[in-house]
Write a protein that binds this ligand. Structure first.
Ligand SMILES: [Fe+2]
Ligand SMILES: [Fe+2]
Length: 190
């Protein structure tokens, strides 16, 4: 199999290599100050990345966390396990709502702001709900409030899943707040 360079792959997929490297770098060192100068033309690639990560969250990450928690709930014999499951199911609904709103209003607007002349990105900027902090509560429930010294492997695995999701969500939010919104604002002023 012939190996391709990142540059070749980016050209093949029509992605600006500097944009690709900036987003990739975010996964190593999350920051909201960039040396790359984002352009309105980058919106298509950015939105497609965000949509793909939504898909990843709703089809892979959340179902697998849910599966692990359900498993823990069936082996654990204490009311706190049920509380944990309920907390997660409410959280999951909240995340679903968040993702759907962005897919229905924000991302289409980013691609074509003329399509919806009544919408303004300010609404989203001022009310972009935080879906990360409940993950901290979830981690706390898992670490502090479940019966100690039982099902440690299961709990540790869930904790790792939550930590990974939290990290990815933080990067996702940086992209939405520090890249997407400013670009849309720039587009609105044109
Ligand atoms: Fe999003
Ligand atoms: Fe978001």
């Amino acid at each position: 199999m012939q190996e391709k360079t990142i540059g070749e792959l980016c050209t093949e997929k029509g992605i600006d290599i500097d944009l690709f490297l900036t987003i990739a770098q975010l996964h190593i060192d999350s920051t909201d100050s960039f040396s790359y100068d984002f352009k309105i033309d980058d919106l298509k690639t950015i939105v497609s990345y965000l949509i793909k990560s939504h898909e990843y969250y709703s089809k892979e990450i959340l179902p697998s966390i849910s599966e692990s928690l359900n498993h823990l709930g069936t082996v654990g014999n204490d009311i706190t396990y049920t509380l944990l499951l309920n907390f997660f199911s409410v959280y999951k609904e909240e995340v679903d709502k968040h993702l759907k709103y962005e897919e229905m209003y924000v991302y289409p607007y980013a691609l074509d702001i003329l399509k919806d002349p009544n919408y303004k990105i300010k609404e989203y900027k001022n009310h972009h709900p935080d879906i990360e902090s409940k993950l901290i509560d979830l981690k706390n429930l898992l670490i502090k409030y479940l019966p100690k010294d039982e099902h440690q492997i299961l709990k540790r695995n869930i904790l790792i899943q939550l930590l990974r999701f939290e990290k990815d969500l933080n990067i996702h939010t940086i992209i939405e707040e520090a890249i997407l919104i400013p670009l849309i604002e720039k587009k609105e002023k044109q």
